[in-house]
Design a protein around this ligand. Structure first.
Ligand code: PHE
Length: 339
């Protein structure tokens, strides 16, 4: 029995000495001193000893137990101190280090261009109107005076859901919505997405953005249209910018024009940005056709108006010097981070 006790004592002492952390040490404590531990088992076995030997062996076992308990306590404290030391060293905070930079995103160039346009026009007294991207063929074509055989109606150009429902090919149907049930003066712009059945290339995309504008009131003239667009161009592209009207044809305006701005890089001399032209086309415009006013419930004998439609990508690409439309939709951060 004494030999057994010595064996347990030296095994326990070794285990205590070698325990590298508090958990291992606790495991050793349970193994030797716990209720089902080896020392306890030994005590239980005392019944088999002759009665006269029991007191000495009992005392011996208790001495060993006390010694081991003390060794355990000491080792626990040592380990705890070491652990604390280690954590203090590992978790030192250098308060002089600069904080890691948090990446902050920014608005997409199209959003920025649209916001700037909205800012300029709301500053001139326009409000912002909205219309759905899924439109009726009536609002997108018929109410806008497009003849039944107008090429834009062709299925190869327009995404149709049915004969009567389509993805709007222009923001112009918002003109009809803005007039319906309202009494002039009407002064709105409407930026939004439009869709055309085009294959994506450097200058085409099946989805792109336009910003529509509509003013209807008594006595609105082409002079108001020119003045408004001139003020817009100067605010958007710089105070030296000029505008130029070229005759054009749209079913919903009469007369109609395509409008260019003088190149803000070369000022009109011709350069790479304007491809030697000196001018950059940014929008279509004109005086609202009487049939369109009528479709909007407005009497063309009393009121007149002007409308324009601007390509937002076109403006963004010009302003930022972007040469491929697809870059605006690929969401490649290497591209977007440049703005
Ligand atoms: N809706 C025309 C287009 O998509 C632009 C436009 C709008 C022209 C309003 C005149 C008046 O090309």
């Amino acid at each position: 029995m004494k030999e057994q006790l010595e064996r347990i004592r030296s095994a326990a002492e070794a285990a205590i000495r070698e325990a590298a952390d508090e958990q291992t040490l606790e495991e050793s404590r349970v193994r030797f001193l716990g209720k089902k531990g080896e020392l306890t088992a030994l005590l239980r076995g005392m019944g088999s000893l002759p009665p006269e030997e029991r007191p000495t062996v009992g005392a011996l076992v208790n001495t060993v137990r006390t010694q081991l308990e003390e060794a355990l306590k000491e080792r626990f404290e040592q380990l705890r101190a070491q652990g604390l030391e280690r954590r203090l060293r590992a978790e030192t905070v250098d308060v002089t280090l600069p904080a890691p930079e948090k990446p902050v995103g920014h608005l997409h160039p199209i959003t920025r261009t649209r916001n700037r346009m909205a800012e300029i026009f709301t500053g001139m007294g326009f409000s912002i109107a909205e219309g759905p991207e899924v439109e009726s063929a009536y609002n997108n074509f018929d109410a806008l005076n497009a003849p039944a055989d107008h090429p834009s109606r062709d299925e190869t150009d327009t995404f149709y859901f049915s004969d009567d429902v389509l993805l709007r090919t222009q923001t112009s149907p918002v003109q009809i919505r803005a007039m319906a049930g309202k009494t002039p003066p009407i002064r709105i712009i409407s930026p939004g997405r439009v869709y055309r059945s085009d294959v994506a290339d450097a200058t085409h995309s099946p989805m792109f953005h336009q910003c529509e504008g509509l003013v209807v009131d008594r006595g609105i003239t082409m002079g108001d249209l020119k003045g408004t667009l001139d003020a817009f161009a100067k605010a958007m592209f710089g105070s030296r910018t000029r505008i130029r009207f070229r005759p054009h044809n749209f079913p919903f305006t009469e007369p109609s024009a395509e409008v260019d701005v003088s190149c803000f890089v070369c000022g009109g001399k011709g350069c790479r940005l304007c491809k030697g032209e000196g001018w950059i086309e940014i929008l279509g415009a004109g005086m609202v056709h009487p049939n369109v006013l009528r479709a909007g419930g407005i009497d063309p004998e009393v009121y007149s108006g002007f409308a324009f439609g601007m390509g937002i990508e076109r403006v963004a690409m010009t302003m930022y010097g972007i040469d491929d439309l697809r870059l605006l939709f690929e969401n490649d951060r290497r591209f977007l981070d440049q703005f």
